[in-house]
Design a protein around this ligand. Structure first.
Ligand code: XMP
Length: 520
């Protein structure tokens, strides 16, 4: 950033790296901390000032950093600390410059909204003139302005976002001007195609394209490569459909259910481009966006707001509460390995050479998984144990606990494996079983999402294991691993082992950050 901004004498709030940047530009220094601090922490506010007005002296915050402010710039003083971070917040109240190491923008920072409100309305003097309710009519007006006299064509997924976007367009333009196709990639969950058929009836065509996705995916283990292949194939199928239906004659534009976090995590900021490669944003689609051939009515909304709009559109409540499911489907929940590799013993635990994705600081990390055999643990929250382990051990970003298995962990290793139809089939059955039990018990209604992941960890006879990843979240940007009821967890594990082909059932204990919700 241009440091002249400070000379303009406007209020500035630096968040996380923003605090570091202010420090660096104004003559302080930033250094490596002794420990990382990823996830929940407790903030002690020593001097509330205007930024912390109406918040508690001790409050829960969300951290994601290893670097710290080592020396303050001149004119600044520390206003809050944590046990790990001496300069968790700083200010120069004369120049109206503020910095916080933690993330006030995430839901797990309990007074975050108040802090942002203090900054925006009190310190900056902004006026409240935006109401998130009743946005439907405004968005419909925007759709009409973008689409003009053309029609809209959707690739629907059966998910909340594309369905709400589709129905908004129907309301804005009328039924006859909106068409849809559902592409069955062969990577969807059990029963998804039938679900889409029920949801849209004749308004949406079903295109079976599994043969175009599975063969090219069988040769790769690399998560980014998988996403690239899927994105590329998807665009090819889209182009074919667009051409064969004569949708390039100037009368049609493409509608998408892209929501705000998709645009941020795919490159809304320079660095975030590496956090998620999202297939609503692959180059082919990017071209359509640039040439004005796309309408994305939800691109400035978060998931909870999309659900609110869906309620305004009278979409069924049960549908709106559906858990999110990633576009690339089961492919990114089915991990593969080019090699057969042993686990490494780390004290009582095991380091598994399976690389999963994390988000640590401002970038994506690919690190190993720590496997622990401490479940159940009376009186100790295993999620806290996981947080402590990731903060201490630099080479990992995720911790899983064994729930049940047919072989001890010491006998398991990472097995050579590819993305075969058989393994996808096994994952699909495991996912369907978990969904069924989770729905029957009502557990699914208490959480945001419940990925079920297949990892190539096991014995020669039973080469794969299943990881359960129930998480809670508000917007998918941060998430907390949810503690499950012991009896429910045991039941899921025993039924999964009973399916055959599954060596072990593990439970992902890691919050986001440091681990992403999905494994790839
Ligand atoms: P992560 O794994 O980044 O996920 O913590 C955040 C949310 O985004 C979903 N997700 C995706 N959704 N296409 C999608 O449509 C994708 O490529 C994709 N990757 C992750 C994920 O399920 C979670 O809800």
């Amino acid at each position: 950033m241009d440091s002249e901004i400070f000379a303009a004498r406007r209020p500035v709030l630096g968040i996380c790296y923003g605090q570091h940047l202010i420090t660096q530009l104004l003559g302080g220094s930033v250094g490596k901390g002794d420990k990382g601090e990823f996830g929940l922490a407790t903030l002690t506010v020593d001097r509330p000032g205007r930024l912390f007005a109406n918040t508690a002296a001790r409050q829960q915050i969300w951290m994601s950093h290893r670097d710290v402010v080592a020396a303050l710039p001149e004119g600044f003083s520390v206003t809050a600390t944590t046990a790990t971070c001496e300069m968790a917040a700083m200010e120069d109240s004369v120049r109206n410059l503020y910095g916080v190491q933690f993330h006030p923008e995430v839901v797990h920072t309990t007074h975050g909204t108040q802090l942002l409100s203090n900054f925006v309305f009190d310190i900056c003097g902004c006026l409240k003139d935006w109401d998130p309710k009743h946005r439907g009519p405004v968005v419909e007006g925007e759709i009409r302005a973008t689409v003009r006299d053309r029609n809209v064509f959707f690739f629907v997924s059966g998910g909340v976002d594309s369905t709400v976007a589709y129905h908004l367009c129907v309301r804005a333009l009328g039924k006859s001007r909106v068409r849809g196709v559902y592409v069955d990639t062969g990577l969807m969950r059990d029963g998804e195609t039938e679900f889409v058929r029920r949801l849209f009836g004749d308004a949406v065509e079903i295109e079976s394209a599994a043969a175009e996705f599975l063969p090219p995916l069988a040769g790769t283990c690399d998560p980014e490569e998988k996403r690239r292949i899927i994105g590329e194939r998807f665009v090819k199928v889209q182009e074919r459909i667009i051409e064969s239906r004569g949708l390039l004659d100037g009368h049609w534009i493409l509608g998408q259910g892209t929501i705000y976090p998709d645009t941020i995590e795919s490159g809304g900021t320079l660095k975030a481009a590496v956090i998620k490669t999202h297939h609503n944003r692959v180059p082919g689609i990017q071209k359509l966006i640039e040439s004005g051939h796309i309408v994305e009515p939800l691109s400035s909304f978060y998931k909870d707001e999309v659900r609110e709009i869906g309620r305004e559109l009278d979409l069924p409540g049960e549908f709106l509460e559906r858990h999110p499911f990633p576009g690339p489907g089961l492919a990114i929940r089915c991990l593969c390995s080019e090699f057969s590799l042993p686990l490494t013993r780390v004290r009582d635990d095991y380091l598994a050479p399976i690389r999963s994705v994390g988000v640590q600081g401002d970038s994506r990390s690919y690190a190993q998984v720590l496997v622990i055999d401490r479940f159940p643990s009376a009186g100790v929250k295993l999620q806290d144990v996981a947080t402590e382990l990731v903060n201490r051990i630099a080479d990992i970003n995720r911790v899983i606990a064994r729930v049940d298995s047919i072989a001890p962990i010491a006998k398991m290793q990472v097995q050579t494996s590819a993305l075969t139809p058989e393994r996808i089939g096994l994952l699909r059955r495991a996912d369907a079983l978990v969904r069924e039990i989770s729905h029957e018990s009502g557990f699914d209604r208490s959480i945001w999402q419940f990925p079920v992941v297949l990892i190539p960890l096991g014995t020669a006879e039973e080469p794969d294991s299943v990881v359960l990843r129930p998480i809670d979240s508000q917007d998918g940007m941060t998430a907390q691993s949810v503690a499950m009821d012991d009896a429910l967890l045991r039941r899921m594990a025993s039924e999964l082992l009973g399916m055959g082909g599954v060596c072990g059932v593990f439970y992902d204990l890691t919050h986001k950050p440091p681990a992403t919700i999905e494994w790839e």
